[in-house]
Design a protein around this ligand. Structure first.
Ligand code: A3P
Length: 319
């Protein structure tokens, strides 16, 4: 078997599918990827050596990554937590395959979240099945967030047409069909989630698994748990000051506040190859929005897949 560190991808040998507009995906190791994403991912797999002190935020797209970037940055860099008031979370915490490797936009030193080599925070959309060799090569911590599949799908459906590159309209029917077949960058969603979920059961002290819904419903409780997991707990004693800091972080990262900072409302800058405006990462930030868009048939269709994939695996989530 070829060593992962020297592996290169022969795209002509990979299955290829149309995603939307002129956007194509290639299947590699059971997952679908855009070509530039996969090339950058290869670069990540070849060159990123996690430090034991690294925190890697992993997620399937549209499940709350931006929010958790803001929270993790604030928890770990508590004294400079106000940085999130003036910097987009993606500009504080870089995504490995989009900002640090491949056609990168910056170096580790150029992002506040990775500049401190003893407490770097990095994000990735790479599935565990692809990334496990890298993250298991050291003792780094992984935080994974997932979200209700129907809300994730509806969020994606709104998101992709905001690209400055591929502006084509996208029918909801097509979005549902592609999601159901797992055809999306880093899809299938279900395999992505299950990969990290299973690993979190195996290594709970190294892989923290949380749902968007848990975080949304009881943000303070889970931010506290996260801080403990990350080795920088909020003082429990009579630590009123620490509790005030905790409240401050939860409040400053809330959808209402985060989506309204000038840096996050901007349409000038962009992230990723499809050039998403920085404002595109904030829409309505709630739970159950799929009910406003999906038909009963669509909901039943997705729920059936959720049952087959999640529930049959013992992960009772998503319906
Ligand atoms: P909606 O499209 O449902 O509003 P990601 O960051 O992984 O791309 O996910 C984007 C989704 O997270 C969007 O969902 C976005 O509005 C929501 N989001 C962004 N910031 C949030 C926050 N502070 N709290 C809750 N949800 C947030």
């Amino acid at each position: 078997m070829e060593d992962a560190s020297t592996e290169t991808i022969d795209f002509s040998s990979l299955p290829k599918e149309k995603f939307r507009g002129d956007d194509y995906l290639w299947q590699w190791k059971g997952f679908w990827f855009r070509q530039p994403f996969l090339q950058a991912a290869q670069d990540v797999l070849n060159h990123y050596k996690p430090l034991p002190t690294d925190t890697v935020l992993a997620s399937y797209p549209k499940t709350g990554t931006t929010w958790l970037k803001a929270l993790l940055y604030s928890i770990i860099n508590r004294s400079s937590r106000n940085s999130i008031l003036t910097n987009h979370p993606h500009m504080l915490v870089p995504t490995l395959e989009m900002q640090l490797y491949g056609p990168k936009t910056g170096s580790f030193d150029s992002f506040a979240g990775t500049a401190n080599s003893s407490a770097r925070i990095l994000a990735t959309h790479l599935p565990y099945q692809v990334f496990s060799g890298t993250i298991n090569s050291t003792d780094c911590r992984v935080v994974y967030i997932t979200r209700n599949p129907k809300d994730t799908l509806v969020s994606s459906w709104h998101f992709y047409p905001k690209s400055k590159e591929v502006k084509d309209p996208w029918s909801l029917e097509d979005a549902v069909e592609k999601f159901s077949k797992g055809i999306a960058n880093c899809g299938p969603y279900y395999d992505h989630v299950l990969g990290y979920w299973k690993e979190s059961l195996e290594r709970p002290n190294k892989v923290f698994f949380i749902t968007y819904e848990e975080l949304k419903s009881e943000t303070k409780i889970h931010v506290k748990r996260l801080a403990e997991f990350l080795g920088c707990p909020f003082d429990d004693g009579d630590g009123k000051e620490e509790d005030a800091v905790l409240d401050d972080i939860v409040s400053n990262c809330s959808f209402e506040k985060l989506s309204n900072y000038e840096a996050n409302k901007s349409d000038d800058g962009h992230v990723g190859w499809l050039k998403f405006p920085l404002s595109a990462f904030f829409r309505q930030g709630g739970m159950g929005d799929h009910k406003n868009y999906l038909t009963t048939e669509m909901i039943e269709h997705i729920d059936k897949i959720t049952e087959e994939k999640f529930h049959a695996s013992g992960f009772l989530y998503g319906i």
